[in-house]
Each structure stands twice: as C-alpha cells, then as structure tokens.
Design a protein around this ligand. Sequence first.
Ligand code: ADP
Length: 274
Amino acid sequence: VSPSLYLSARVAKVGDLILILAEDRTAARRVEETRRDFVANVSHELKTPIGAISLLAEAVQEAADDPEAVRGFANRMARDSERLSELVQQIIELSRLQSDDPLMTATEVKVDDVLAEAVDRCRLRAGARSVTLTVAGEKGMVVMGDREHLTTAVVNLVENAVIYSEAGKKVVVTARRAHEAEDHFVELTVSDNGIGISAKELPRIFERFYRVDYARSRANGGTGLGLSIVKHIVAAHGGQVSVWSQQGQGSTFTIRIPEQPTRDDSEAVELDSP
Ligand code: ADP
C-alpha cells in the first residue's frame, strides 16, 4: 500500500450486514493539491511585481519635484508592468493548455514555417546578446496541430538557449525525421553551448515556476513558466520533450511530434503497397 494512499469510506448497515465502501481518492487528491500549489505559486509570483509597482508609485509621489528621479521610477514601473502582463499572459496560456481540449483547431502545419517564424521572433534578442542563431536540417515536414502554439514552444526553447549562453556562442535549431517501428516523427532540437544545467536540477526544470538561477531568470524577464508551457504544448500534439545538458557545456532540448504524412507521401505509400 502506498504510504500516501488516500481513501474515502462510507459505511452502511443493511440488515445484519455492515457494508464498507472504500474509494481510492489518491489521484483526485493529487490533482487538488497540484491545483492548490498552482494558485499559491501564482499569488506569490503576482505579488512581487504588484508590490514593486505600488512602492514605485509612492516613490513617484514623494519625488514629484525631482523630474530625473520621477523618470527613473516611471521607467522601472513600466518594466514591472510589462513583466506583470507577460506573467498573466503565460498563466492564462498554461491554464488553457491544461484544459480538456487544448487544441481548439488542429490543422496541417508546415514545420518550416514554424521554425522560420520562431527564429525570426528571437533574432533581435540573439543579436542583442551577440549569439548566432542558425536553422539546419530537413525540410518539407508537416504535423497536425496549432501553428501558433508550436511556434511558441520553439520560441521558448530558443529564447532560453540565447539567454543562458554567453556572448559569441551559437544556438542551432535542427529539424529531422525520426521513426520508431511504423511511427514517424518530426524531431526538433534546440542546442546551445551555454551554461548548462546540473544533473540535480535537470529533473525539475519543466515544473511550473521552477528556475535554477532565480536572479538570472528574472533579470531576463523569465517567469519560470516557459518550459512548462513547452511541455504542455508538445503533449497536446501527442509528442514529448526531452533534454540533455551538461553544466558548463550546454544543453539540447528535443521536441518529438508525430509526423503527418503529406499528400505526396501518402500517394507514394499507396503506390508502393501491394
Ligand atoms: P525561465 O522563464 O526562468 O527561463 P523556464 O521554464 O523557461 O523558465 O526554464 C526553467 C529554468 O531552466 C530556467 O530558469 C533556467 O534555469 C533553466 N534553463 C532552461 N533552459 C536552459 C538552457 N538552455 N540553458 C541553461 N539553463 C536553462
């Protein structure tokens, strides 16, 4: 018996018989605990920027006759509000992804388009940090899903790769086909030779709000939700995300999603079959 087994029991007397109906509520309880933890984490995370904004508002009032100081406080307020809105947006996205039907509409999505769009969105940040961003690998693959969500997943991985790399390093995004028995997959990897993640921290990085280095994550506008969002997006597409990392050497994140045969592929399969 699991030490954390949680049973709810009802007792009824029918004639001389005593009936005990025991129900295993362990899974339901775990869901409830996870929900409660999430709400507690969200409240804590929201309090930080809200607290900072209200302190800055007070500082603005007190420094009213010092325009230079007011400008400084106002800039910090703008940064904190931006952070707050990013956090709220990510929390909403995560809770949508945790619903029963996270992909409202699944269509054929060209992997090339997803990678081009994702890299485009990260170019500015990579340039600002002098990190080179390149895309390599196979072309012409298609998956079933939501193009915007998939782009978000790749953006989150590439942004992390850029943020956790020093200037002058390279980030490489690769696409390739993989298969296991009859199942065909699209494998996307995002590799960096940045700071890496220790073996101790590695199992926890996909948890909501988990950061290895809080200060560094925060300084780069990180919320600790990026990888959790990636995990849910990939799961909604019937895929998996995995990571290899070595501290001081770099990290490689791999997304694997079932490949959708394109019309040309399916014709080829039909022609080849007896
Ligand atoms: P954050 O918003 O803090 O980046 P994520 O959920 O995206 O949150 O990532 C969780 C943590 O995993 C990060 O805070 C960082 O410590 C670590 N991490 C993620 N990607 C990388 C990477 N490519 N290299 C090193 N550390 C990483």
